[in-house]
Design a protein around this ligand. Structure first.
Ligand code: COA
Length: 127
């Protein structure tokens, strides 16, 4: 069984019945949108401003997410380019409140580009 990483999560959220697919598990698109939000938070901090998602490099659903799970999103900077930053996101689900079970459900890599007010790429500021 997994335990949560000992670092600050970017996002924690509980999916609702409206978020399920026809089989009763949480719809993959719900997870993808939250992963994009979580990665975007870290990218915007590094860029100190607006970013746009330019690519989803990889996305792996390792285990299903269930209605009522507490879903926690962690992220870290994996690569910094000239205008782009790549964020690795890990997602864990916790269920069964009487005897908590923690499952690593998703891992993904997304690239964000720092953009100016005109929507065009701008160089990342120094750290
Ligand atoms: C993001 C955007 C501004 C980039 O403009 P662009 O002219 O394509 O940018 P460039 O070719 O100059 O590349 C900018 C950076 O993105 C990186 N990049 C571009 N395509 C990439 C890809 N497929 N995968 C990974 N990185 C990519 C480049 O390597 C470059 O990084 P670097 O400066 O760190 O070396 C533009 O593509 C855009 O507006 N896309 C839509 C964004 C959006 O709406 N996202 C929400 C999804 S609905």
């Amino acid at each position: 069984m997994h335990t949560l990483p000992q670092r600050e999560p970017v996002l924690r959220v509980v999916p609702m019945p409206a978020d399920v697919n026809q089989h009763g598990d949480i719809f993959g698109g719900w997870i993808m949108s939250h992963v994009d939000v979580a990665g975007g938070v870290l990218a915007a901090r590094r860029a100190r401003g607006r970013v746009a998602t330019v690519a989803v490099n990889s996305f792996t659903f390792k285990q299903p997410v269930l209605v009522g799970d507490l879903v926690t999103f962690y992220g870290e900077i994996a690569r910094v380019g000239t205008t782009s930053v790549t964020i690795a996101v890990e997602v864990y689900a916790q269920r069964n409140p009487r005897d908590i079970v923690t499952v690593r459900v998703t891992e993904a890599s997304l690239t964000y580009v720092a953009v100016g007010a005109d929507g065009r790429p701008r160089p990342l500021p120094p750290e």
